[in-house]
Design a protein around this ligand. Structure first.
Ligand code: PLP
Length: 396
């Protein structure tokens, strides 16, 4: 008999988003006249910018002519896009070679696939609250997972702990769900820790474009020593609205070597076996994000989401609700008032003011008592939600 991967039996049900959807559905059925404002989703609401659309359209036209038609694309990414992205790093003062950049179909795909590079007996450290895929991908692979809880006391950016050693270390900055960012000093501690123990950091920079503090690193490779202990996974999903278009990139330095094995060379071998590259049209569209005009346009979209964040932060400040995020990230992570549990607060918001957010408990047990608002919704919904929240907090 075929033996299935029994690790799937160890996965917790994806209760979070399913649970939210069920509760919202039930509420809407009972109250069809009530307008529900959704601040729960991590998906963008603005369309792709003009430069990207023009490049995508050009890409389609290229595929219509024999002279400009592209068949299979190089497995690790189109040279034009790898160079463009490496240049983007170099302009920011970060040394990255063209062949250290790999093009992907997005960060989720990559975060799962990249685990192929690690021995199955490697352990993984997850700083929680965390994006749930880090835990789930390692449960599927049967790895030992070490949970490191963070809290408001350390601004949700804990320092390494000698009692919590692991082979693979996940760091997400700006963080989903807490919106917290790791400073250069804190990241340096993690880089030194990883180098001292031979660990590898998987640095998730999916939200780097939302950083507005000049002192906060956009890339782990801004930190000395990171080239020998880190892989950086990036995405155009939130940066440029590619959630449904799909494009990401990953940086694997050639200096990243363990046991005589180069992770860069292993990833080339992996990609040439497991993919036939990302679509030419999409890579063409992605390259437009890095042009001067493309950068201007995506920044306008990001500014729109940041204005949403300000609307919500204003209410939280006025009502003296503790929170992190909003400034360098598209998420606001707040302490539920009156010591309510995450799901209790969820029910309260849905019942009283028809605002939907994400209960913190879904991001790990230390997220209990917290709640996440996304700033990716429409301005109109965010403004209405802010008014309703203000009324509710005033009456608690
Ligand atoms: N990493 C984090 C922290 C995320 O929040 C998300 C998506 O929400 C992803 C990765 C996945 O992004 P992508 O759309 O590129 O798969």
């Amino acid at each position: 008999m075929t033996e299935p991967n029994m690790n799937y039996a160890n996965l917790k049900d994806s209760y979070l988003f399913f649970g939210i959807a069920q509760k919202v559905k039930k509420y809407s059925e009972i109250n069809p006249d009530k307008k529900i404002l959704r601040l729960g989703i991590g998906d963008v609401s603005l369309p792709l910018c003009k430069s990207v659309i023009s490049a995508l359209t050009e890409g389609v036209s290229d595929q219509a002519e024999k002279s400009s038609f592209h068949g299979y694309m190089p497995e690790c990414g189109a040279p034009f896009l790898r160079t463009t992205i490496a240049e983007f790093y170099r302009k920011r003062g970060v040394k990255v070679a063209d062949d250290e950049v790999f093009i992907s179909s997005g960060a989720s795909d990559e975060l799962g696939d990249i685990l192929d590079l690690f021995d199955k007996d490697n352990s993984a450290l997850v700083i929680e609250p965390a994006y749930p895929a880090y835990v789930d991908a390692n449960v599927i692979a049967g790895r030992k997972i070490i949970h490191l809880a963070s809290s408001l006391d350390n601004g949700f950016t804990p320092e390494p702990d000698e009692d919590k050693l692991a082979d693979i270390i996940y760091i997400c900055s700006p963080n989903n769900p807490t919106g917290a960012v790791f400073t250069k000093e804190k990241l340096k501690k993690w880089v030194d820790f990883a180098n001292a123990h031979g660990s590898i950091i998987l640095f998730d920079a999916a939200y780097e474009a939302f950083i507005e503090d000049d002192s906060v690193p956009h890339s782990i490779f801004e930190i000395d020593g990171a080239e020998s202990c880190a892989i950086e996974v990036c995405s155009l999903s939130k940066t440029a609205g590619f959630t449904g278009t799909r494009l990401g990139y990953t940086v694997i330095p050639k200096a990243l070597v363990r046991n005589g094995m180069s992770f860069n060379a292993m990833w080339i071998r992996n990609r040439t076996t497991k993919t036939n590259g990302v679509s030419y049209i999409i890579q063409k569209g992605g390259a437009a994000v890095f042009t001067e005009q493309g950068q201007k346009e995506i920044k306008e979209n990001i500014a729109y989401y940041k204005e949403n964040a300000k609307v919500l932060m204003r209410v939280l400040d006025e009502c003296k609700i503790e929170y992190t995020g909003g400034k360098n990230a598209p998420y606001i992570w707040l302490k539920c008032p009156n010591n309510l549990g995450s799901w209790e607060f969820f029910d309260l918001l849905l019942d009283k003011i028809q605002v939907v957010g994400t209960p913190g408990e879904g991001f790990g047990s230390c997220g209990e008592g917290y709640f996440r608002f996304s700033t990716f919704g429409s301005r109109e919904d965010t403004l209405h939600a802010a008014e309703r929240l203000k009324d509710l907090f005033g009456n608690l």
